[in-house]
Write a protein that binds this ligand. Structure first.
Ligand SMILES: Cc1cc2nc3c(=O)[nH]c(=O)nc-3n(C[C@H](O)[C@H](O)[C@H](O)COP(=O)(O)OP(=O)(O)OC[C@H]3O[C@@H](n4cnc5c(N)ncnc54)[C@H](O)[C@@H]3O)c2cc1C
Length: 411
């Protein structure tokens, strides 16, 4: 088959746009590229937060950045300056605009708004079926579907992070815009791990989010009721809801692989880039896609790139089992974590930016019992989870092309 494109980017969310950004910033910028999504207009759907030192990509388009943070429990409230880390918030529409500005300067990038119905390998490339047409390329990057190989693997801890958030404007000052509330656990746990999160943009504007770690998402009305209750605890001021966001992020132990097909690479959440115990993805997506582009330059093809190490996969595996099998331990573990470590150190730990000695100090203060008990039952899962091997997948052309190739994206 003749390839009309060198690369197709299927899905123009965080990962697709990030990949495109780095390709257009590289010697590959003149290649023929097709970008496909249902909707290529900027959407105020998400606020992406991430943290690190002062050299993070896209921090300059942050709507707001904070260097002070709080965590809460029924018996204590901790508020601290961050040391090494700054916490940034980028709005999805601003991110989209920023990347599309670069895209518009490249006439070799074709934009297509269409539903993607199928992806499959061909002899020397891959095909994307979208809007009733077939588009061929040497390689496809996709962030829309969990791969057939991954869907066929078992899941032992089918947890999800599910949440609802309201961005509100209050009639009078209600928030301290200098302090992000990362987790406020001073709320009923409902047999799960449950907390509130506040991003204060100004004294009168904030995103207030209610987050649950449990297997099944709730009805939106249930998040809404919890958010309203919490806002009423914070302030009596009348308020208006400016924007709502809801999400479901996978927290399962089952690894997701990057090799969807011989010539199809999964990126973003469907490519396993989301950290399962926190749902944080934005920063890792950028590391991943940047690294992919480097491998394309070095090796002539995008080889899978690990964004995390077996050490952190091990910690995540233990915590996922605890949160799934013994959810009553969720809040006490976070309580101890923040009682004995600065918030800044915890951010570095969950951002996978600590060394082994620091990790040992952190674990030495956590309740040992649940972690030790989680090791033995996880032993059979460890080879697959800690050292995932990329499948030698070849995705054939489906016999009928009308059905979707895979389950829908989960976030
Ligand atoms: C509300 C919300 C808030 C979040 N906040 C944070 C945060 O603060 N920090 C953080 O690190 N992570 C956060 N995450 C997690 C993660 O960063 C996001 O989900 C991120 O958008 C994942 O990027 P992605 O490219 O994998 O998926 P997406 O950004 O969802 O992109 C997938 C794209 O594919 C398109 N698509 C899917 N199926 C089809 C199809 N069949 N046909 C055509 N197009 C299709 C979609 O339209 C979409 O544009 C959040 C997630 C949610 C849901």
């Amino acid at each position: 088959m003749r390839h009309s494109y060198d690369y197709i980017v299927a899905g123009a969310g965080c990962a697709g746009l990030s990949l495109l950004w780095y390709v257009l910033d590289s010697p590959l910028q003149e290649t023929r590229i097709l970008l496909v999504d249902h909707d290529l207009s900027p959407q105020p759907k998400k606020t992406w937060c991430f943290w690190g030192n002062d050299s993070l990509p896209f921090q300059h388009i942050a709507d707001r950045s904070w260097d002070r943070m709080a965590v809460g429990f029924p018996d204590r409230w901790v508020e601290e300056d961050l040391g090494h880390n700054v916490y940034h918030c980028v709005r999805s529409e601003a991110y989209h605009e920023h990347v599309m500005e670069r895209v518009r300067a490249h006439s070799n990038v074709t934009l297509l708004e269409a539903d993607i119905d199928g992806l499959y390998d061909t002899a020397g490339g891959a095909v994307v079926e979208a809007g009733g047409h077939s588009y061929a390329a040497r390689h496809v990057f996709q962030s829309c579907f969990v791969s057939p190989y991954d869907r066929a693997q078992p899941v032992h801890y089918p947890l999800r992070q599910h949440f609802g958030g309201w961005e509100i404007e209050t009639a009078t000052a209600a928030f301290n815009p200098d302090v992000v509330t990362l987790m406020d656990f001073d709320t009923a746990q409902h047999g799960a791990t449950v907390f509130y999160y506040i991003l204060p943009f100004s004294p009168t504007r904030a995103l207030v989010e209610y987050t649950v770690f449990s297997p099944d998402p709730w009805d939106r009305a249930r998040y809404d009721a919890a958010i309203h209750r919490y806002i009423r605890q914070l302030t009596d001021a009348p308020y208006e809801v400016i924007r709502r966001e809801y999400g479901v992020i996978p927290m399962e132990e089952r690894p997701r692989h990057q090799r969807y097909g011989q010539h199809i690479t999964s990126i973003g959440t469907v490519g396993g880039i989301t950290k399962p115990t926190t749902g944080y993805t934005f920063q890792r997506v950028h590391e991943h896609t940047h690294q992919l582009v480097r491998t394309m330059l070095a090796d002539g093809r995008p080889d899978p790139v690990a964004v995390t190490s077996p050490r952190y996969r091990f910690y995540d595996l233990l915590l996922l089992r605890i949160l799934h099998e013994h959810p009553q331990w969720g809040r006490p573990i976070f309580h101890r974590l923040f009682a004995y470590n600065s918030i800044d150190r915890v951010l570095s730990f969950i951002g996978e930016d600590t060394h082994l000695g620091q990790d040992m100090r952190i674990f030495s203060r956590l309740p040992y019992g649940p972690f030790l008990k989680a090791i033995a039952p996880n032993l059979p899962l460890m080879p697959r989870v800690l050292f995932p091997e990329e499948p030698d997948a070849q995705v054939p052309k489906p016999t009928t092309t009308s059905s979707s190739p895979t389950a829908a994206v989960t976030s």
